[in-house]
Design a protein around this ligand. Structure first.
Ligand code: ASP
Ligand code: MG
Length: 410
């Protein structure tokens, strides 16, 4: 008998019939002899609808973060009650748990709280009593008992963190896709489902646009060595296992090609080439909560240099303003940018021991006449910034070269 945590996303619990389908899957796992904790999201569209209500009441102005959390956490509260009822309807005992009831302790950063610890006594007691625990994703409580939420998509993190805290054998993530693909199947018809992928690869893929799992959930799983199984709630087949690197048998040189479209690029020219300049330029951005991604600093000539970096497009105008301000203070206000940038990445563990992936990537893009504007690399990833209108073409041709073509895989 194992302890299994199952997480069902919004579309999997999108209506009454689907909630009943989930109840059947949960009960089948229970009847196979396992202890089961089920973590659910709000019914699909529900969180967006709650956010829209908050926006309407506040007439577009900022909402009280505390009350926002009280409001948006109700979506999950609805689903846990309905699913617990559906499970009981099938003859198994079940109990629902809100964030506070399940001991999900977070800090007080409303709308993007961090999990500080999980007190598992309540769930353990219920499991020992033979109950199926139905827990609300996305929510917790802070040290003063205020309701908090973990940020959009946070139910993945709730499920995985709870699975780690309970020492579960696996956390199954049930969703509307049947696994992790080598590329977005809507863009690339030949995208393939991966049987296994390493945590590290999943982290890189999630950070560059693969939306199946919230990044924080993968970090938790990696830290605790907890296997994740991403699979469809509508079919029985196995999906993709996300596991420690040593459990990935077949190391693909490139296991995924992905892109993020909503990027923007800012350049600052002729900044004095002196210690402290980068800090002066980037500190105001980080203080404003703007996440800077790729950064290039050119070789200096005549004592000055150029710096180029990317930011999410939604932060573009604010970032541009801050860059202007900082460079004015440095006496060199030569700032500009481009809002239509995409970042295309290839990711794969096999890059650790295969040279030439970057070169091949550049050659493939060159062959299509796609100009590379910036490049960044990690041990298992190469990313390039390109003009957004070429993003789909880049993903398709890179997928064809690295994954459909067998030359790079051995
Ligand atoms: N319901 C929340 C959201 O839509 C959390 C989640 O589904 O993971 O962001
Ligand atoms: Mg999700």
């Amino acid at each position: 008998m194992a302890l299994i945590v199952q997480k069902f996303g919004g579309t999997s619990v999108g209506d009454v019939a689907r909630i009943k389908n989930v109840a059947e899957r949960v009960v089948a796992t229970r009847r196979a002899g396992h202890d089961v904790v089920v973590c659910v999201s709000a019914m699909s569209g529900e969180t967006n609808a709650l956010v829209a209500l908050s926006d309407a009441i506040n007439e577009g102005g900022p909402a009280s973060p505390r009350e926002y959390d009280v409001l948006v956490s109700t979506g999950e509260q609805k689903t846990i009650a309905l699913l617990a009822m559906a499970i009981e309807g099938l003859g198994e005992s079940a109990r629902s748990f809100t964030g506070g009831q399940m001991g999900m302790r977070t800090d007080s950063a409303h709308t993007r709280a961090r999990i500080e610890r999980i007190e598992t006594e309540a769930l353990r007691g219920a499991l020992d009593a033979g109950e199926i625990c139905v827990i609300a994703g996305f929510q917790g409580v802070d040290p003063d008992g205020h309701i908090t939420t973990l940020g959009r998509g946070g139910s993945d993190t709730s499920a995985v963190a709870m699975a780690c805290a309970l020492g579960a054998e696996v956390c199954e993530i049930y969703t509307d896709v049947d696994g992790v693909y080598t590329a977005d199947p809507r863009l690339v018809p030949f995208a393939q489902r991966l049987d296994r992928i390493a945590f590290e690869e999943m982290l890189e893929l999630a950070s560059v646009g693969a939306k199946v799992l919230q990044i924080r959930s993968v970090k938790f799983a990696m830290r605790y060595g907890l296997p994740l199984h991403v699979r469809s709630s509508f079919v029985e087949d196995e999906g993709t296992w996300v596991v420690p690197e040593e459990d990935v048998m077949e190391r693909l040189v490139v296991s995924g090609v992905t892109c993020t479209n909503n990027e923007a690029k800012i350049h600052v020219r002729n900044v004095p080439d002196q210690p402290g300049i980068a800090a002066r330029l980037f500190t105001p951005l980080s203080d404003a909560g703007i996440v800077v991604d790729m950064i290039i600093q050119n070789l200096s000539r005549d004592g000055s240099t150029d710096v180029t970096f990317t930011v999410p497009r939604t932060d573009y105008s604010r970032a541009l303003e801050l860059a202007h301000q900082a460079s004015r203070e440095m006496g060199c206000d030569d700032v500009g940018g481009d809002e239509d940038i995409a970042k295309v990445s290839v990711v794969g563990l096999g890059m650790k021991d295969h040279a030439g992936v970057a070169t091949r990537m550049f050659a493939v893009l060159a062959h299509e006449g796609i100009n590379i504007q910036m490049i960044s690399t990690s041990e298992i990833k190469v990313s390039v910034a390109i003009e957004e209108k070429y993003a789909e073409l880049a993903v398709r041709t890179l997928h064809a070269a690295f994954i459909e073509g067998d030359a790079a895989q051995d």
